[in-house]
Design a binder for this molecule. Structure first.
Ligand code: FAD
Length: 477
């Protein structure tokens, strides 16, 4: 009887404990992916993430063929479909790597119970985080609410386990006859946009899959990690790893990232302990977000600081459109939003600037911004997205206080000092001198007239004052 490996957010062969377990069992293996649009009622995959998934599945299929296996793809409600597929295959066992988001957990628990009831073994493994949420706890056994304390406790647990090698061969089981009706080609999932095809920029920027992710990781730890600690806040420099979509879809595991970065630094590859420490702690933020959502699933859509439930958020379609389309009149905000639209990714510092601008200067609900990011980011991840939005908006765990309002002009002058990032993503501003690249309204009118670029949609001082007044009106603020 075969063993089924159910792939989900772990689209890789190396350091894949579920796959390694299946191979070690000596049984023939059926590799399965289920696209579950029904997941949508809670959290649909956004457009950009769907585009990524399409490429990721094609890459995984090809990688599996190379080791002798076949990727079977099905579409439907996983909670009913997976037990059905298990029964039709006459499988002895089903294995997967654990996920931690509220809907994923609920689905997996239900499926495990059903298949076990049918006498089939079901095993799950840790693969997507450095530390599973329930393992890092305060002395009294509670979940941490402060990142620095969580990180200290996580570090004290020692190094994460070393990654597993990719299996050299995966003995494929013949596909069960009944699966032919259930399984579809990747094309049939309809994950890529057709008309209009808005994914040209994504195709130019990324190639999903394990091989490219490993290259990106290797390139970063050997050539990019030196200087990361100082340069990571500079959107004009290629200073960060850009591994977020690879981590989101599991082309690399955080353990692989951790150990490869540590080995490069210990091997004397130019980066120092400070660069390494900073990079690992960013990786830690990813786990921390997972653990916060695990402890409080309601944070998916509810404010951690509930006094924000009474916040008089504005509902202004014109302002929202201007923000989404990169037409706010603030060059750094517009550059970020256009980078996001064109490439499905935005630099972290700029994510903070645009999120602060939306929730403070425009006084709009963080959930509106989170939904836009969810639809447009290739790395869109429930935990990281929700926790970071709440953090910027001031209503989250261990958040920056609401009254700390980022000034987009000062931020831009500090982190994009020559205006190179703005010139790249807002090319109509490219002719402006650096002295006014972040404040086009101060430019010589003769130059300004030649540039078709909107005036600011909100006055920075006025917007800030409006936000603070709204916040002061909350009880408990
Ligand atoms: P690097 O600097 O190279 O960091 C390495 C890895 O650490 C990243 O790939 C990522 O997995 C993790 N990481 C770094 N910073 C954070 C952080 N603040 N929170 C959680 N993990 C982090 N990241 C997502 O992966 N998905 C999201 O949906 C997402 N939404 C965000 C929304 C907002 C409003 C903000 C401010 C940040 C968001 N982030 C999100 C976090 C962060 O911006 C990205 O992870 C980072 O920019 C990815 O670039 P990188 O891989 O080059 O990062």
């Amino acid at each position: 009887a075969p063993v089924i490996v159910w792939f989900r957010d772990d689209l890789r062969l190396a350091d894949n404990p579920a796959l390694s377990h299946a191979v070690a069992s000596g049984r023939p293996v059926l590799c399965l992916f289920v696209h579950d649009p029904g997941h949508a009622f809670a959290r649909a995959l956004g457009g950009a993430a769907q585009w990524w998934l399409d490429g990721a599945l094609r890459a995984l299929r090809a990688d599996l063929v190379r080791v002798g296996a076949v990727l079977h793809v099905a579409r439907g409600d996983a909670a009913t479909l997976v037990p059905q597929l298990v029964a039709q295959a006459g499988a002895a066992e089903i294995v997967w790597n654990r996920r931690y988001d509220p809907v994923g957990r609920e689905t997996d628990t239900a499926i495990k119970a059903v298949v076990k009831e049918a006498g089939v073994a079901a095993h799950s493994f840790a693969a997507g985080v450095l530390h599973e949420p329930w393992t890092v706890r305060t002395r009294t056994g509670d979940a941490f609410r402060v990142y620095t304390a969580w990180w200290r406790a996580a570090r004290a647990m020692g190094e994460p386990l070393p990654p597993l090698p990719a299996p050299a061969q995966v003995p494929a089981a013949p596909p069960p006859a009944a699966w032919a009706e259930q399984c579809v080609g990747i094309d049939a999932l309809g994950l890529c946009p057709v008309a209009p095809d808005w994914a040209g920029g994504l195709r130019a920027a990324w190639q999903p899959g394990e091989a490219r992710a490993r290259e990106r990781l290797h390139g970063f730890v050997h050539d990019g990690l030196a200087g990361y600690g100082d340069a990571r806040d500079r959107p004009d420099l290629p200073a960060t790893s850009r591994l977020s979509p690879d981590l989101r879809f599991g082309h690399v595991s955080p353990r692989q990232v951790w150990h490869e970065a540590v080995a490069a630094v210990r091997g004397g590859d130019g980066a120092g302990e400070q660069d390494l420490g900073k990079f690992l702690s960013e990786l830690g933020w990813r786990d921390f977000a997972v653990s916060l959502l695990y402890a409080q699933p309601e944070l998916v859509s509810g404010n951690f600081r509930t006094e924000f439930d009474a916040m008089p958020w504005r509902d202004d379609t014109d302002d929202l459109r201007a923000w989404q389309q990169g037409r706010t009149g603030y060059p750094i905000v517009d550059a970020g939003m256009r980078q996001l639209w064109h490439t499905g990714w935005m630099h972290n510092r700029v994510r903070m600037i645009v999120a602060s601008f939306l929730t403070k200067h425009l006084l709009m609900d963080w959930r509106v911004g989170e939904a836009w990011f969810r639809d447009t980011l290739v790395d869109a991840d429930i935990a990281s997205n929700v926790i970071n939005w709440q953090w910027v908006a001031g209503c989250g765990v261990d958040a920056a206080p609401y009254f700390r309002v980022f000034n987009p002009v000062l931020q831009a002058q500090k982190f994009d000092p020559d205006g190179a990032y703005v010139r790249k993503w807002v090319p109509e501003l490219a002719p402006l001198p650096t002295s006014c690249i972040h404040t086009p309204w101060t430019c010589d009118p003769a130059i300004r007239r030649r540039v078709a670029y909107p005036s600011p949609i909100v006055d920075l001082q006025g917007g800030r004052a409006r936000a603070l007044a709204a916040w002061k009106g909350l009880s408990g603020a």
